[in-house]
Write a protein that binds this ligand. Sequence first.
Ligand code: MIC
Ligand code: SF4
Length: 642
Amino acid sequence: MKKMNAVEKILSAHLVEGDPCADPEIGIRIDQTLTQDATGTMAYLQFESMGVERVKTAVSVSYVDHNTVQIGYENADDHDFLQSVAKKYGIVYSKCGNGICHQLHLERFGKPGTTLLGSDSHTPTGGGIGQIAIGAGGIDIAVAMAGGAFHIPSPKVRAIRLTGKLRPGTSAKDVILKVLEKFGTKGNVGWIFEYTGDGVATLDVPSRATIANMGAELGVTTSVFPSDAVTKQFLEAQHRGGDWREILPDEGAVSDDEFVVDLSPVEPLMAAPHSPGNIVTVKEMAGPKVNQIMIGSCTNSSYRDIRTVALYLKGKRVADDVEVGIACGSRQVVNMLAADGSLAILHSAGCRMLENACGFCIGAHMSPRTGAVSLRTNNRNFEGRSGTKSAKVYLVSPETAALSALTGTVALATESPVEAVPSPADFPIDDSMFLYRDTAGKGVPGTEIVRGPNIATVPKGEALPADLRGTVAIKVGDKITTDHIMPAGARLKFRSNVPEYSKYVFEPCDPTFHDRCLANKDKGLANVIVAGESYGQGSSREHAALCPMYLGVKAVIAKGIERIHRANLVNFGIVPFTFANPADYDAINEGEEVEIEGIRAAVEGDGVLTAKIGGREVKLVTKLSEREKAVILAGGLLAMKR
Ligand code: MIC
Ligand code: SF4
């Protein structure tokens, strides 16, 4: 029998299409789905349009955690819509206030050995308990809820072998920053990182989840830990011992690559502005004043994390010139902190206790002041994501954040002033904010869907024409994130209203993009986006493809495109081209004419063609599977399914 690693074990049990050794992509069966409200409204509108009576997954959960500010009617409209959809179609509904999707899913639903697909890029948090958990666009979740397969590039598996044990003052965040230091935020498309080695046993489940969560920043398909005795203890303490099963790599299993991280010498690290891949040591950065410390988000919001912060702050006060905000991951975490006195410690220390929601992480709360230095335990520090373009955001561990809150400067935890927080033997269970558990999978047919004015319809794409004539609507550089393409923060409330949200496409790069695109569209010209390396990093938000489609964008030509965004482009009928010769990028100017003769034939064929941009010949390539070809030719997945 072939010796298998944990990834192969889980994937082979879920394989429904393709051969991972021979085909470029494979289809897998999805056991569980999750959505959050900012991507969920679109996912469910698309699900509705598929005409399916109820979800066909083992469990599907709809979380409300992103749009919780409720200034104006839009967010509340979205919540009501989501609640009624959940009831009708057999989806569990996690009410606003219950917590952040990834932390909640880990606590209450995640199951080792299963597959989870979520309309959020940090869905791989579930890898912390041995799930193959993958982030995708909303329409892919809709298809999975309807019983369809999900497609990923046939993965290459990199074993990240952990040895040794972390020293006091360092934690999981430093480990994933170490991995990011090595592999960066681009060039990892198609890989799955599997954590192995003796060091794994020294990490509790929340620590593993932090590491798996930030695999999203590497751009990998997902990250997976084994399901071992530590996982068993965690699930038993969550009163879910029955969900545990052991998943370990076979002795002697081989992976495509291996990287060893010795945990013992790992020192406190931070990601400097404006990329999670800009890794520096806290030691070299220590000293300067900080203005803001934000703790929590789906990366570091477990009981272990916030209790650690409370122990650091016990009996002390945060520095006068620093504002400190803390967002816990779930009600369970808050209840435990209330019970053991941590909440009182944090309040007394002068921290602002925020809602259990995404809030600050997505620029929807506590934006820092102009030019601020903000230390944060979340996972992304893209320019402007905090809501303040001039702010300098550094990503750090809860330990570094807590010490720095006390000193008001970037502070180095050389040794921990506190004992490590042990993994709780028994978590308090209160599932009362998960609605419709009793009708999960069955639904309540006849439930009326609530549609306030913020719930618009989903626009449909058009079939790909034989030839394309258009304009370079924008030329952008390397590492353009989905936050550049489709900003969140103050604009997040328009997620369920595509015409309105489309007004903000590329707002941080060029606020005239929307008007110029519509003017071109009116003249019958296609809009084309030209980009550098690693286009579409970050979020799973399909709006970064859907809204451009609405504005008449028909093709993206880039040096490289990240996995989730590329899949979203295909799903909305936008052709994802790369340059055969990346140097051709340099000569292209915004506003130049683009002629792509025979685009349809090329998509049907080998995906190689020569376009004319500004009169120059430019060779383009789009490598598509047969499934993807059919989607693009039809004008997107929804156009195909109707
Ligand atoms: C993010 O962290 O950027 C988000 C907001 O959670 C996104 C999802 C979205 O844009 O709604 C993600 O990570 O996929
Ligand atoms: Fe929410 Fe931030 Fe996590 Fe995205 S990364 S799910 S915005 S907490």
